[in-house]
Design a protein around this ligand. Structure first.
Ligand code: NAD
Length: 242
C-alpha cells in the first residue's frame, strides 16, 4: 500500500517478535524502514528482505543520539523494546526493577529526545510506544516490574501527546495481550511445563488463541499514519479486557 510512502520509520527491538513483524509491515506500507536491535543475527533476517538495519542498544544514550544523527529525518518512531520480569512486589529484586525501568521506560525517553527536535523542526511526526494490558489497564498476576513500567509507558505517552498536540506530533501506546514471540516461547519453556503454560496463556484470551505479531504490527502501522488520534492507549488483546 502507499499508506506511509515518503515516511522514514525507526523501529527499536526489530530483530524478532512484534518489532520484526512491524518492520516488515512498515515496509509493506511504503515506509523507508530503519530496523534496529542489539541482535545483529536477527537483524540480518530483515536485511535480506531489503530493509535497512543497524545495531542499536536503546539503553545506550550516546548510541541512540548517534544513530538518529546519522539517520537524519525520522517521521515515525516505534519504541518496541521491552523486557518481561516475573514476580510479585515481594519477589522482585531492585536490580530487576531498575533494569526493567531502564529498558522499558528510559529507553523511550532516549529515543524521543533524540528524534523529537527533528520532528518539530520538520512540522510533525508520529510516535508509537509499546505498552501492554499488564499495566494501568489490567492487574496481571506475577508481573509486578513489568506492569509498573508498562503503566509508565502509558503515562509518558499521554504526557508527550499533550505537550506536542499543537505541533502536529502524535503519540500513542499499544497494549497487547499475549502475543506469539521468541521471548514468549522462552517464558513458556522456563515454566517447566510448556504445554500447561501455553494452555494457561490461551485460556485467558477469550478468542481462544494467542495473538500473532503481525496483528499488532498492523496496529502500529495504522497509528503511525492515523491523523486524528493522539494520547491513547490502544488495547489489542483478543478480548481479554473487553
Ligand atoms: P521479544 O521479547 O521476543 O524480542 C525482544 C527484542 O528486543 C529482541 O530482538 C531483543 O534482541 C531486543 N532487545 C533487547 N534488549 C534490547 C536493547 N537494549 N536495545 C534494543 N533491542 C533490545 O519480542 P516481543 O515479545 O514481541 O516483545 C516486543 C515488545 O512487545 C516488548 O516491549 C514487550 O514488552 C511487548 N509486549 C509483548 C507481548 C507478548 O506477549 N509477546 C505482550 C505485550 C507487550
Amino acid at each position: 500500500s502507499d499508506y506511509l510512502v515518503g515516511k522514514t520509520a525507526l523501529v527499536t527491538a526489530a530483530g524478532q517478535g512484534i518489532g520484526r513483524a512491524s518492520a516488515l509491515a512498515y515496509k509493506r506500507a511504503g515506509a523507508n524502514v530503519i530496523a534496529t536491535d542489539i541482535n545483529g543475527e536477527a537483524l540480518q533476517t530483515l536485511a535480506v528482505e531489503g530493509i535497512s538495519t543497524r545495531l542499536l542498544d536503546v539503553r545506550d544514550e550516546a548510541a541512540v543520539r548517534g544513530a538518529v544523527a546519522e539517520i537524519g529525518a525520522v517521521d515515525i518512531l516505534f519504541n518496541c523494546a521491552g523486557v518481561v520480569h516475573g514476580g510479585t512486589v515481594l519477589d522482585v529484586k531492585d536490580e530487576e526493577l531498575a533494569f526493567a525501568w531502564d529498558l522499558n521506560v528510559r529507553s523511550m525517553l532516549r529515543t524521543v529526545r533524540a528524534v523529537l527536535p527533528g520532528m518539530l523542526a520538520r512540522g510533525g511526526g508520529a510516535i508509537v510506544n509499546m505498552s501492554s494490558v499488564a499495566s494501568s489497564v489490567k492487574g496481571v498476576p506475577n508481573r509486578f516490574a513489568y506492569s509498573v513500567t508498562k503503566a509508565a509507558v502509558i503515562g509518558l505517552t499521554k504526557s508527550i501527546a499533550a505537550d506536542y498536540v499543537g505541533q502536529n506530533i502524535r503519540c500513542n501506546a499499544i497494549c497487547p495481550g499475549t502475543v506469539e514471540s521468541p521471548s514468549l516461547q522462552e517464558r513458556m519453556r522456563a515454566s517447566g511445563d510448556y504445554e500447561a503454560a501455553r494452555a494457561a496463556f490461551i485460556a485467558r484470551q477469550p478468542m481462544g488463541r494467542i495473538g500473532a505479531p503481525e496483528e499488532i504490527a498492523d496496529l502500529a502501522v495504522y497509528l503511525s499514519g492515523a491523523t486524528y488520534t493522539t494520547g491513547q492507549a490502544y488495547v489489542i488483546d483478543g478480548g481479554w479486557t473487553g
